[in-house]
Ligand binder design. Structure first.
Ligand SMILES: [Zn+2]
Length: 359
């Protein structure tokens, strides 16, 4: 049991580094769950509290837009301000759940570099006012572009983020499947070398970025976004180990010098997850599974109470249906679905009971 502790709430800067190191040293990883509004953020924090696990909350660009509301006509502004609103929500409330929360934004490809830069403008304002960053980390995913462009842009953005005590997640190699319209064609069953991150590329990233600031690497080892039919995902976690070994031997570091991230984890075998975590994975993204976990109990409730979604009062016997169609009734069922699903995720990742938050 580690005696390293942090105050409950959103962790950034040194606190974030401490949390990442505690997970790697403790042999567990944190679930990183995509959220789209207060219901999903609160459910994720409640799930973490129930599991006594620390947690990573992340928003995609369209998740952030949805958070701000579809009614805002300027979609770009909504993507920025929705992200700000979500982070402020977590800064206000996370401490009351008694666990540590990392606030992060998910995939941003080349077209979304302006989104990252606009969030950093907001982050700089927040830092000036509160002396800490708004977000713990952002992801810049230029894995679809040539590696030299990918890394030089990551270096440029990380220079700016390091001044705010923030961390950058980069991607090397291409995660298969589609995530929020960003991703690549999944070449089913192909032995595609692009699906497997090359250790030499990881070393090049380390050489350039490590002197600038804190960063993590989403590496591809056969993982895919979304859930496909069983057998399509052929995970090869040893690819992660090869990258760690190359950096370790080149730079004479300790074990697992890289902070690794596992994308496309929905539906993975537990043994492969455990193996990946042993090679320095501290974060596993979970999106698709929690979407279904929210919607499934809502669908069941509607199926069981169809009249309550057609009439306020039963036209035949006059039964009032208010307590069924009150949105809190079924939104809570969706929240409970997420909470139950994330208990399994915390179990799989070994983070259950491992929160380092102490009041
Ligand atoms: Zn991803």
């Amino acid at each position: 049991m580690s005696d390293i502790t942090l105050k409950p709430g959103v962790v950034t800067g040194e606190g974030y580094n401490t949390l990442v190191n505690a997970a790697k040293a403790g042999g567990y990883a944190l679930p990183a769950v995509n959220v789209t509004g207060t219901n999903t953020i609160n459910a994720v924090m409640e799930a973490a509290a129930n599991a006594n696990s620390d947690i990573i909350i992340q928003l995609s660009n369209s998740g952030a837009q949805f958070y701000a509301g579809r009614g805002i006509e300027d979609a770009f502004k909504a993507k920025v301000m929705g992200a700000v609103a979500a982070a402020q929500h977590a800064h206000l409330l996370a401490e009351y759940y008694g666990i540590c929360v990392v606030m992060h934004t998910d995939h941003a490809n080349k077209a979304l570099i302006p989104w990252i830069e606009a969030m950093l403008v907001e982050g700089e304002k927040y830092y000036e006012q509160y002396g800490k960053p708004l977000y713990s980390s952002h992801m810049l995913d230029l894995s679809a572009d040539p590696i030299d462009f990918n890394l030089s842009e990551c270096a440029r953005i990380l220079e700016r983020m390091a001044k705010l005590d923030m961390s950058l997640e980069i991607e090397l190699g291409v995660t298969g499947g589609e995530e929020d319209g960003i991703g690549s064609d999944f070449d089913e069953g192909a032995d595609n070398s692009k699906l497997y991150t090359q250790p030499a590329d990881v070393l090049q990233a380390y050489n350039l970025l490590n002197p600038i600031g804190h960063f993590s690497v989403a590496a591809s080892f056969g993982n895919v976004h979304g859930v496909y039919k069983p057998g399509n995902v052929k995970l090869r976690p040893e690819i992660l180990k090869n990258s760690q070994t190359l950096v370790q031997q080149t730079h004479g570091t300790g074990d697992n010098p890289l902070h690794l991230v596992f994308h496309g984890g929905s539906g993975s075998e537990k043994a492969k997850i455990t193996e990946a975590v042993s090679y320095g994975v501290f974060k596993m993204n979970i999106d698709t599974d929690t979407q279904f976990a929210f919607s499934e109990p809502v669908g069941q409730f509607v199926n069981e109470n169809p009249k309550a979604f057609l009439y306020q009062v039963d036209p035949e016997d006059g039964t009032p249906y208010k307590k069924f169609y009150d949105p809190r009734k079924y939104l809570r069922l969706g929240e409970e679905g997420i909470i139950a699903r994330l208990q399994e995720a915390c179990d799989d990742l070994g983070s259950k009971g491992r929160s380092i938050a102490r009041s």
